[in-house]
Design a binder for this molecule. Sequence first.
Ligand code: AMP
Ligand code: MG
Length: 411
Amino acid sequence: MIPVAEAEAMILDCVRPLDPTQDSEAVALSEASDRLLAQTVTSDRDFPYWDNSAMDGYAVRHADVAQATAAQPVTLEVASEIPAGKPATQALLPGQAARIFTGAVMPAGADTVVMQENTVRDGTTVKILAAPAVGQFVRRQGDFYQAGQPLLTPGIAVSPADVAVLATAQCSRLQVFRRLQVAIFSTGDELILPDQALQPGQIVDSNQYALTAFVRRLGAIPLPLGIIRDQPERIRAAIAQATSTADIVLSTGGVSVGEYDFIDQTIQELGGKIHLRKVAIKPGKPLTFATFERDGRHCLYFGIPGNPVSALATCYRFVQPALRKRSGLADHWGPLFVTARSRHDLRADGKRETYLWGQLQLVDGSFEFALASGQHNSGNLINLAQTSGFAVLPVGRTAIAAGDLVSVMQI
Ligand code: AMP
Ligand code: MG
C-alpha cells in the first residue's frame, strides 16, 4: 500500500500534458470563458492606448496654472472641447485650456487635467481655482501595459476578468487546449440502469452518472460507455475501445481481489503499464492506475473501486489532479485543502489516510466542517448528498475532537 501523497505524486509524474500546438483549437472570445489558454497573448498596442483624462475637467499646460489659488485664480481661454471617443485635433497653446471628459484623449501641448470642481466656467474662459500637481489626472499611454509584453500565459483557465483583458487587447480569437475526452464505464453483473426494474440482488449503477457529472465539471467531455458485465472478453473489448479513443479512462468496479475482478489482468494483456494498485486511503484502497502508450497516444487509466463513496473520493483525490495536469492547466492540479473547525468528533482506525465526508461551510470568515449524519460506511451513498468536503485524518491519527481543527479537502 502506497501513502496517498506518494500515490498522487507518482500519478502526476506519469501524466503528459496536452501539447499546445497539436492539442489546441481556436475559439471566439465569446466562447473562451473557462477554457485553458494554449498560447501566450500579447498585444501590439500599449494600454492606455493614448494619453487620456481620468476626470471630467480641463486639460491645461501645468506651467500656466502652477500659481493658481482660489484667491488669485488663473483665467484660460477654452479653445476646444474633447468628448470621449473623438481624437484631439487641436494642440493647446499657452494660455489655453481644453474642456475634456473622462476617457477622452489629451490634446498635444497639455500635460495636466484640472478637475471640474476646481474651476469656474465663464463663457469662453475658465477660471482655475487651485494649482494641480504636474500630470495630475492624466492616464499616460502605456502606464498599465507596454506593447509586446505577455498579457496572459499558456495554461491559465480563462476567467471573466481575463475575457475583459483579451477584449481590450482586441484578441477576438484565441488558441485554447482541446477538451479532454474521458471514457467512463461501470463493471458489474449486479448493475442496472436507473430506469430498469430492480430484480433481487441488483443495484443501480450510480457511478456512471456521478463520474460523468464529475468529469463535466472539470471541463472535459465524458464518453459514457455504459455497464460492462464481469466477463473477461467484455471487459477486454471495453478497455481496448476506451483506451484507443479517450485521453483518460475511468472504470469502476472490478479492481479488488474478488473472483470477478478482471481489470488489472486485462490492462496488462492489452499492453497497459500498471503503476499503482493499492493506496493507503480509506475509502478507496484498491485503486489501479495505468498508462497506455500506443501509436503516439498517451492514455491514462484509472481502475476505480466500485463502491460509490470510494469512487467519488478517489476521483477527487487522484483523478482530478491527473485530469487537470493532462488538460494543459499550468499549475494547481491538486485538491484544495483548507483548515476547518470540526463540529463533530471524527474517528478513524489510524491505519490508512481517512476521508470523512460532510459539509464544509464558511461561518463568520472561518471554515467549519460538519460530518455527514448517518452511517459512515463506504456503501452508504445516501448521506453523500450535498457533500462539499472530506475531512482528512492522516495515518496514525485516530480521533479529532469536536471543536478541534482538521484539514478538509474541498470539492
Ligand atoms: P467492486 O469494486 O466491483 O467489488 O464493487 C464494490 C461495491 O460497490 C459492490 O457492493 C458493488 O455492488 C458496488 N458497486 C460497484 N459498481 C457500482 C456502480 N457502478 N454503482 C453503484 N455501486 C456499485
Ligand atoms: Mg464488481
